[in-house]
Design a binder for this molecule. Sequence first.
Ligand SMILES: Nc1ncnc2c1ncn2[C@@H]1O[C@H](COP(=O)(O)OP(=O)(O)OP(=O)(O)O)[C@@H](O)[C@H]1O
Length: 238
Amino acid sequence: MPLLNVSSVSYSYDGVVNVLSDVSFTVEDGTIVGLVGPNGSGKSTLIKNIFDLVRLQSGAIRIGGHEHTRPGAKELAMYLSSNDYLPEFLTAREYLSMMGKLFGLETDHEKALGLFRTFAMEGRYDDLIEDYSHGMRKKTQLISAFVIRPPLTVIDETLNGVDIEALYLAEAEFRKVRDEGRSILLCTHDFAVLERLADRTLFLDLGSVVRDEATRDLVDEHGSVAAMVFDHLGTSQP
Ligand SMILES: Nc1ncnc2c1ncn2[C@@H]1O[C@H](COP(=O)(O)OP(=O)(O)OP(=O)(O)O)[C@@H](O)[C@H]1O
């Protein structure tokens, strides 16, 4: 049974134009799947459907075998959004405690402190998030996922704004997460990151899955993921 099973999902905001058209794919345990596509191709809408942030209109989504609206599904998956909105009135310690409770876990603050040190935020764990820079907030989002380590983490452009050192460290941590048998759906416009990390790449265009293949195979065929996208756009544009 796949960890995430998206089956024939279509979605329209206005009831007329389909932003997602019959989207199906799976994410297996212990894999990193890259999600790419042009602006407006429906990536965020797909993620909103997975996390029940918009009501599913057709098709089915199951996480760990549970229907995606059920608590059993919601405990298995964490969403790291593209923005840096975190509760500013909390410290990182309080935020991570809250996140732990949401996932039914006792937060391992020692581990979080270690990650704060690793990610060059030593001494800031008990400061209010209000006082964090943009990059520090993004790193706090990532650290929350690295501490909670849910079976599925969905990352929507969360890496934007972190410095190269943090990116390097985050990539290493993503690989560890994957090697533990957990999975990541990584939505990004950064194809270099994608090529380094993603076992599989899902390419969405105009709300439809155009390619869903091993990243290595796409790179072998086209030279790079960017070239694969350009090749597709070259044949699909009027
Ligand atoms: N709340 C909304 N109401 C109406 N239309 C929306 C809404 N959110 C997104 N859309 C439309 O749905 C389409 C897909 O948007 P979506 O944000 O899912 O794309 P995306 O692939 O994540 O894009 P990007 O790469 O720019 O983040 C776009 O045409 C967008 O204008």
